[in-house]
Design a protein. Structure first.
Length: 468
């Protein structure tokens, strides 16, 4: 007997339907899995067999053939376990195949039949057509329920899923959608904590308002990292579509909040604050832009609608930094593979920090620099010109004098700076300009950024004297 159901996988952030066909026929007992399964999918045979027996169902002595279509798509992970198990129960007449066909199922099976959460549930829920019911593990239910109108059926085990399809168990309540969830703008840090550095704060305010990347250059202890960590506090609150897109990236990467001991999520999975990602300088190119087997998003995608902070910029591997050039310009990562291309979003603000030389004291009048001119040039050459060209603002961050640290009054708070940023963004939108200043094309620059004669004169002098 033949039974069909549907599961899903993700390629980048795109949900791809996978039809699960199970045929039970007479012959020597066996379990054949076809459809280009990866190693984890091949091991589903053992998980499914134990889960069926431990859930008080029986496994007939028949020959089962499981096909995962399309056949040319590589299948990875344990997301298909539940669909395969339900297909076997339907093919062996322990479930009605007619009830199984209209649903989709996601979930990795434990040997005792419990369901473990899987990655990528949110983008899959976003792609569900025609209000098709989706069976998901209990911990994934709040994530999938972020999609308004989706028919999410939370189940804790294979037994629960089978009884729901048989009509003997009512569906568990689905968490309500959170379209109107308030964005969070409470942070443990604030720009008021930073003494001095008035011009640096102003430059970062301009960077946030215009969507520009920025590089902080100064000696050790000048406050570069402290300033960068506070940039998310002056960014506008996330809109719900932005929060949903950012959460989808984290869902595919498997970075949403872990379940509690009872299998239920601790909190809502919706990310309501802009992400701040600060990878270590030993990170590989793959870690920064994404990749691997079954490509996963990298740090630049995990910082979507937030901040990617690269501290000690020259210490990053050259190939890793060069890999950022195209994503920073296009706002997306496109990874080419033999079987096709995978795309991830990469629209974030890049903040980088570096010393002016190896010892760090080149621009500090209080310390003597020990580097030769050749060493300084070698150090600066670690960051290529094409990458620096994509960073609009290069900001000098001097050391703060003792008197400014101890006697200066508290500076402006993040809320005050954020209010000005929001006014600037509102003005930009009022003039029918949706994209930030940093993304304006030549025609738009001529329309929205007309220069006066004084500005043209200043720009000409700057280009000539600074060799811009």
């Amino acid at each position: 007997m033949l039974a069909r159901t549907r599961s899903y996988t993700t390629v980048g952030l795109q949900a791809v339907p996978v039809d699960v066909e199970v045929d039970a026929a007479r012959g020597l007992p066996g379990f054949t899995l076809v459809g280009l399964p990866g190693r984890a999918v091949k091991e589903a045979k053992e998980r499914v067999r134990s889960a069926i027996l431990n859930s008080q169902f029986h496994l007939p002595s028949q020959r089962f053939v499981v096909n995962l279509a399309p056949a040319d798509l590589k299948k990875e992970g344990g997301v298909y376990d539940l669909a395969i198990a339900l297909g076997i129960l339907a093919a062996s007449r322990q479930l009605d195949p007619a009830r199984l066909a209209p649903v989709a199922a996601l979930g990795e099976l434990a040997l005792d039949g419990r369901l473990r959460p899987v990655h990528g549930t949110l983008p899959i829920a976003l792609a569900l057509p025609d209000r098709r019911p989706l069976l998901v593990p209990l911990p994934n239910a709040p994530e999938a329920a972020l999609v308004s109108g989706a028919r999410i059926i939370p189940v804790a085990s294979l037994r629960d899923a089978a009884e729901y399809l048989a009509g003997t168990l009512p569906a568990l309540p689905t968490p309500p959608p959170q379209e109107h969830a308030e964005p969070l703008n409470q942070y443990d840090v604030d720009f008021a904590d930073v003494k001095g550095q008035t011009h640096v704060k102003r430059a970062l305010e301009i960077a946030v308002a215009g969507g520009h990347h920025a590089l902080l250059i100064g000696p050790p202890g000048a406050g570069k990292t402290m300033l960068a960590e506070r940039v998310p506090t002056i960014q506008p609150p996330l809109t719900f579509p932005e929060a949903l897109e950012t959460t989808a990236v984290h869902s595919v990467a498997g970075l949403l909040l872990p379940p509690a001991d009872d299998g239920r999520p601790l909190h809502s999975p919706l990310l309501r604050r802009r992400p701040f990602r600060a990878p270590h300088h030993t990170s590989s190119a793959e870690a920064l832009i994404g990749g691997g087997v079954g490509p996963r998003p990298g740090e630049i995608s995990l910082a979507q609608h937030g901040v990617l902070f690269l501290d000690e910029l020259p210490e990053f591997r050259r190939d890793a930094l060069e890999a950022l050039r195209q994503p920073l310009e296009e706002g997306r990562v496109r990874l080419g593979r033999a079987r096709g291309a995978v795309e991830f979003p990469a629209r974030c603000a890049l903040l980088a920090a570096m010393n002016p030389c190896y010892c760090g004291w080149l621009t500090d009048s209080r310390h003597r620099c020990r580097c030769s001119s050749t060493q300084v040039q070698r150090y600066l050459a670690k960051v290529s010109g094409p990458l620096l060209d994509r960073i609009d603002l290069h900001i000098d961050v001097p050391a703060v004098p003792f008197d400014a640290l101890t006697r200066a009054p508290e500076g402006e708070s993040s809320s005050q700076i954020r209010a000005r940023v929001q006014r600037a963004i509102a003005f930009r939108r009022k003039r029918s300009q949706q994209q930030p200043n940093a993304q304006l094309r030549t025609k738009e620059l001529k329309t929205y950024c007309q220069m006066t004669s004084d500005v043209i004169s200043l720009l000409k002098s700057a280009m000539q004297e600074l060799n811009l």
